[in-house]
Design a protein around this ligand. Structure first.
Ligand SMILES: Nc1ncnc2c1ncn2[C@@H]1O[C@H](COP(=O)(O)OP(=O)(O)OP(=O)(O)O)[C@@H](O)[C@H]1O
Ligand SMILES: [Mg+2]
Length: 302
């Protein structure tokens, strides 16, 4: 039998690809991303945001999980009726910082917070602060929509019910107002009694936004609100964020650079628990001051 034929049946020395061939293709470094157009062609950050007073103030904030320090000396301000994006690689402390803003870290054992966080005139960590009242001022929306196994109506009315509101007219008005604000009213107004769990993923996320809005918070905290959604549902939420900032101040965590560029007035870039750079989104994305910011937004790490 010719040697070549034997080789096709059993090759004792098969060609093993070189290790480099198994490595992912190295992408060419991309230039820093330019600003994407805003929904509806609305101009970039308008001047009112630049002159608006800060609503949230964070001063010298350190946070420890047990011995491990997760936030290091954070100083940051969020202006009224603005959208602030928090960006940075996984584990850099974005969710931790967001949770500091409504004291949700209190629910995790062994957390120690140093420094000052204020909303308006009020110090969130002052002794004797009423945490329940505070949380009403800070609505929260999570990565994974989490409607309760209740009707659409009851999902939205939930916060008011636990505040003791029983008046049907007040509840009806709040449910309608909140569903209109979250862009869901037209899709659900004829089936308010149906389960919230029967909605699509994008609708469920807007239901959760409506639930957060029903108690009239001042601030909306959003932790990767679109990461489980398809592009269409994502763009609905992005448009919504744009509208909601007329009435609310928004802090959003996102891994999507284009989303940060599209929806936020200001961006803060974090790395290993430190605030590396913050500023107007259009400046940070087109002309960052720090090399590390440039490397991150152009996809060289993270
Ligand atoms: N409950 C916890 N107990 C102990 N350590 C925690 C806890 N939550 C977060 N950490 C740690 O704190 C650091 C910051 O975590 P955090 O979840 O805030 O990061 P992140 O920027 O939101 O990351 P991702 O983009 O993956 O959501 C990480 O090192 C994480 O392991
Ligand atoms: Mg997170």
């Amino acid at each position: 039998m010719p040697a070549g034929e034997a080789m096709t049946e059993f090759d004792p020395n098969p060609t093993v690809p070189e290790p480099e061939a198994l490595m992912p293709v190295q992408a060419e470094p991309r230039p820093a991303q330019t600003m994407a157009p805003r929904p509806g062609g609305i101009p970039l950050t308008d001047a009112t945001v630049l002159t608006a007073p800060p609503l949230i103030g964070i001063q010298d904030l350190n946070l420890f999980y047990g011995e491990k320090q997760a936030l290091h000396g954070i100083n940051l301000e969020v202006r009224e009726h603005s959208v602030m994006s928090l960006i940075g690689p996984s584990g850099c402390g974005k969710s931790t910082l967001l949770r500091c803003l409504n004291r949700m870290n209190d629910l995790i054992g062994n957390v120690r917070v140093e420094g000052r966080v204020t909303i308006g005139e009020d110090d969130l960590y002052a002794p004797g602060v009423d945490v329940i009242t505070l949380r009403k001022r800070m609505g929260m929306v999570f990565q994974k929509s989490n409607p309760f196994p209740k009707s659409i109506y009851e999902n939205v009315a939930y916060g008011l019910r636990i505040q003791g509101v029983k008046d049907k007219n007040i509840l009806d008005e709040a449910v309608e107002r909140s569903l209109i604000s979250s862009g869901l009213w037209d899709e659900v107004k004829d089936r308010l009694k149906d389960s919230g769990l029967g909605l699509s993923g994008g609708q469920q996320q807007r239901l959760c936004i409506a639930r957060a809005l029903a108690v009239r918070p001042e601030v909306l905290l959003m932790d990767e609100p679109c990461s489980a959604l398809d592009p269409l549902a994502t763009s609905r939420i992005e448009e919504l964020i744009f509208e909601l900032k007329r009435d609310f101040t928004i802090v959003i965590v996102t891994h999507n650079m284009q989303q940060a560029a599209r929806v936020s007035d200001f961006t803060a870039f974090f790395w290993m628990g430190k605030l590396i750079e913050t500023g107007l989104t259009e400046m940070l994305f087109t002309n960052p001051r720090v090399r590390m910011t440039e490397d991150y937004i152009s996809g060289r790490f993270g």
